[in-house]
Design a protein around this ligand. Structure first.
Ligand code: RNT
Ligand code: ZN
Length: 421
């Protein structure tokens, strides 16, 4: 696309949206503030750096063997940099604890990790202008092998994971301090079982006690925030998951903790978009793991779906961009992994572009007056207003490749870099 075409289309969009009293420039400025947290684990199929050839466990699985996966920290960073170069705006990188950089120093177990093991990540982020988020890694480890971590029947195993999570919370706090932006630390645990479980209460009591112990260690809100993520089921935890939605919803509301909503962690017809306006009333903030569930699998590449649009609309309609943190969470090993990143982020940005351009005031006025046909008709019209021209213009203004031309760019990177791995 030529610059002139993009500008012309944008000018048309501007005039068209002005008919509805919408200021397109303002929407672009808002879109530019949306910082998306890019999950580092799409680059290497959630392998981590401790033992990249080891098995991923914990009820999650990356399927596919597309060539070119990142094999070490340098390659993960290079691939994330490449993906970021094809995404307009300033974004975050979401790290997991098992991406520690031990360099030439001794390798320590997860309960002993420190800031120094992540200093090279922080330095890289600083150099590139990214902010960081962080996650304890309570899977792919011998002490999670029986399927239980913070809720384990064995108090020594529980303590190990409490120590790990708190080691991570300290690291997160320091990441936030050094990068001058609160690092969001997420707790997701795989705990659950394949089949009938009798003492559900016992496991949940254990989890509650472990979390209480964890949060006894106070951290500075300016530099780090805690969040807790529920799940419905996983591979091998089909019958019982300790950290269910009700569990974390209750825990989060009672303890003023941020809830993480992963779009792939609910019943197939249940959507997280409708949870936003409820949670906002009871929880301080919300963290999102935007994903795309397909049948039993929760982790397909994010696309511009009705649900993604509904999610963005709920956030914008509630004027809650400052309380909802948007992160991605999927791992597709069957396609070009950098492409997977770019498609997911661009889809998310496109959904927010539409949401930011919605004629909300008019829609609310119709609704208040009981004019439900008018509300429906305007919602339909809004779908085909020229929002794509606004997104293209945004990419161009930020000096980022516009439209499908990024496909060829990723193919080039594949030919020159990833295919040689
Ligand atoms: C797993 C959770 C969790 C993980 C990452 C790797 O079902 O969604 O967020 O995907 O922590
Ligand atoms: Zn998740």
């Amino acid at each position: 696309m030529k610059e002139q075409q993009i500008t012309q289309a944008f000018e048309y969009a501007k005039a068209r949206y002005a008919d509805f009293g919408i200021d397109v420039e303002k929407a672009v400025a808002e879109l530019d503030k949306l910082s998306i947290s890019l999950h580092c684990w799409q680059a290497d199929d959630v392998a981590g750096c401790e033992n990249p050839d080891g098995d991923l466990s914990g009820g999650i699985q990356a399927t596919g063997n597309y060539p070119g996966k990142a094999r070490n920290i340098a390659e993960i960073r290079a691939d994330i940099d490449k993906a970021m170069s094809l995404i307009p705006g300033e974004h975050r990188v979401n790290l997991h604890a098992f991406y520690a950089d031990f360099g030439n120093g001794p390798v320590v177990d997860r309960d002993k990790i420190e800031v120094k093991h992540f200093q090279s990540w922080i330095d890289w982020a600083k150099e590139k202008g990214y902010k960081l988020d962080f996650n304890a890694t309570c899977f792919s480890h011998e002490l999670s092998a029986d399927g239980f971590t913070l809720s384990n029947k064995d108090p020594k195993i529980r303590q190990f994971w409490v120590d790990h999570v708190n080691a991570c919370r300290k690291i997160a706090e320091e990441m936030g301090r050094q990068l001058n932006s609160a690092c969001i630390h997420n707790i997701w645990i795989p705990d659950g079982s394949k089949d009938l479980t009798v003492d559900r209460l016992g496991y949940r009591q254990n989890l509650k006690e472990s979390l209480d112990k964890i949060f006894e260690m106070k951290t500075n809100d300016t530099y780090m925030r805690d969040c807790i993520e529920c799940k419905l089921f996983g591979i091998g935890s089909e019958s019982f998951v300790v950290g269910s939605h009700e569990f974390y919803m209750g825990y989060g509301v009672a303890n003023n903790k941020m809830i993480t909503l992963d779009s792939g962690h609910f019943h197939p017809t249940e959507v997280i978009s409708d949870k936003i306006s409820s949670l906002l009333l009871f929880a301080p903030e919300i963290m999102l793991h935007v994903s795309r569930g397909v049948r039993w699998d929760s982790d397909h590449v994010v696309l511009l779906s009705d649900e993604l649009l509904a999610l963005s609309q709920e956030i914008i309609r509630a004027n809650a961009l400052d309380r909802v943190h948007v992160g991605l969470d999927y791992f597709d090993a069957s396609i070009n992994r950098i492409g997977a990143y770019v498609v997911g982020v661009r889809a998310t940005q496109k959904a927010f572009t539409q949401a930011l351009l919605e004629p909300i005031a008019q829609l609310k006025a119709y609704e208040a007056a009981g004019q439900n046909f008018e509300r429906m008709a305007l919602l339909e019209e809004a779908k085909s207003l020229p929002w794509a021209a606004v997104y293209d213009y945004y990419c161009m203004k930020k000096g980022i490749i516009v439209g499908d031309a990024y496909i060829a760019d990723i193919q080039k990177y594949e030919a020159e870099v990833t295919s040689k791995r």
